[in-house]
Design a protein around this ligand. Sequence first.
Ligand SMILES: NC(=O)C1=CN([C@@H]2O[C@H](COP(=O)(O)OP(=O)(O)OC[C@H]3O[C@@H](n4cnc5c(N)ncnc54)[C@H](OP(=O)(O)O)[C@@H]3O)[C@@H](O)[C@H]2O)[C@@H](O)CC1
Ligand SMILES: Nc1ncnc2c1ncn2[C@@H]1O[C@H](COP(=O)(O)OP(=O)(O)O)[C@@H](O)[C@H]1O
Length: 492
Amino acid sequence: MSESILSPGGARRVDARLESAGLLDLTMEEAGRAVADAVQASFPEGPVLLLAGGGANGGDALVAARHLLTLGRTVRVLAQPSKHPLTRLNRRRLRATGGEVQPLLVAALRRASASAGVLVDGLLGTGFVPPLRPALAGVMGALNAAHDAGVPVLSIDLPSGLDASSAALPDLSVEADMTVTLMGLKAALLFGAPATRAGRVTLVPLRVPPAWVRAEALATRPGDAEVAALLPVRTTGAHKGTAGRVWVVGGHSGTVGAAALAGQGALRAGAGLVTVHSLADVPLVTPELMVRRHADWATALPELHKGALPDAVALGMGLGPEAVQVAREVLTWGVPTVLDADALSPELAGHGHPQCIWTPHPGEAARLLGTGTAQVTRDPLAAARALQQLLGGAVVLKGGPSVVASGGDGGGSLTVSRGGHPGMASGGMGDTLSGILAALLGQGLDAADAAVAGVRLHARAGERAAATHGYGLTATDVSEELGAAWRNLLEL
Ligand SMILES: NC(=O)C1=CN([C@@H]2O[C@H](COP(=O)(O)OP(=O)(O)OC[C@H]3O[C@@H](n4cnc5c(N)ncnc54)[C@H](OP(=O)(O)O)[C@@H]3O)[C@@H](O)[C@H]2O)[C@@H](O)CC1
Ligand SMILES: Nc1ncnc2c1ncn2[C@@H]1O[C@H](COP(=O)(O)OP(=O)(O)O)[C@@H](O)[C@H]1O
């Protein structure tokens, strides 16, 4: 199922709608109950120590405490004073059902955590506005010390101290083993170092009208069944000429492998016929690949243009200094084109067309946007959107996970890919992706669908290959798993 990614502002606007419908109390009840169920399922032993901040995140913790009491757990709650009406109401409800609430003091936290079976972090959620005030810094330090001493930590909505919409790690944040996030995912749970603070993330969608959440979503994360529905389907009469003819334009002295890997990726992603065009000698990594060596691009490109054009092109992988010039000319053909590596230049802005897919990693994205890599990785969703506006077509901002931005009416769409594996951080992995994307374009998908499906296929193949090769994963290993990955997606 597709999941929404919410900004703090978006979450607040949904809350406001719930409040005006008189439903916010019920939603907090549902959230707190889901937290209690998660504690019960994942940390069934020992006393539960809950820390409640003054906002609704603390309110969720107080509701959870009440449900845990009714489940027979030993519960201890340390809470900050609160002005939030629902949080105050739930503090009264907890007391009325026999629960005790004590002030949130560092010394009390240290004492209580020594015997706790699990610590529930309900200090700060999406309402946190950095920088952290010193009073809570001591509490969070003691909480992290308890975690380091072996007490498992479950965070509500997101680890306290993280800015929900940022992939930059603050100086101090809670380190959780598990995060129960509510209504939608948060960027901080998906990208960069903050995501590593969250532990295992479980999304509790809450029974909120889905249209309210969708209307506020920054981006979505499609489920595998939705991705599978995008994949091309062949009739029994399919032949190599109808399964997509792909050209790879790339390779240069010293980087010929890049073009070969893209060709291999295209073949394994179902392209009927794949030809690598290069000025260098490209290794025939697989005999099914066709390779044409040209003397120079100035002669080769007009000649190629006179003949039958392919269904898709992947361009730029190891292509070298002439990449921009070559890309400019190939883009005039109007053929669906993937632009990668050396073809990712700001000089090409305005030269693309709607059936282009641009595939920068964060360093290339920074070069395209005229900014720094840190700025791209701090907010990959904003960077992907800005790249799409600059370049048009679809943009894949690569990473773990990758973001796909595409244009269209109503501002286009942003999606975040699932899965992948850190073993995919090895040279050539992006070349394989370019070949996959070109293969999907060649089989008739439009740029937006090819980007979403291709990125997931690549990630799934990476997961499969990593099960055998771990961190020793190569791009070739990933290519070899593409057929099985495709079948996996269809079987879900
Ligand atoms: N529909 C949903 O998704 C639902 C969401 N729900 C939950 O609501 C949560 C959002 O709640 P929220 O808006 O009340 O904010 P929250 O995260 O508790 O933070 C506010 C508290 O933090 C404090 N504080 C702020 N900045 C600070 C700083 N720099 N340093 C120190 N303190 C700081 C601030 O203090 P104050 O400024 O008031 O003095 C106040 O006490 C959300 O994450 C989810 O858990 C559920 O209830 C069910 C429905
Ligand atoms: N930690 C990770 N988790 C998931 N995918 C990853 C990870 N690291 C790299 N990848 C994927 O591997 C590919 C690397 O691309 P790129 O950096 O362009 O490699 P190259 O230029 O060597 O071909 C991208 O598709 C990226 O999403």
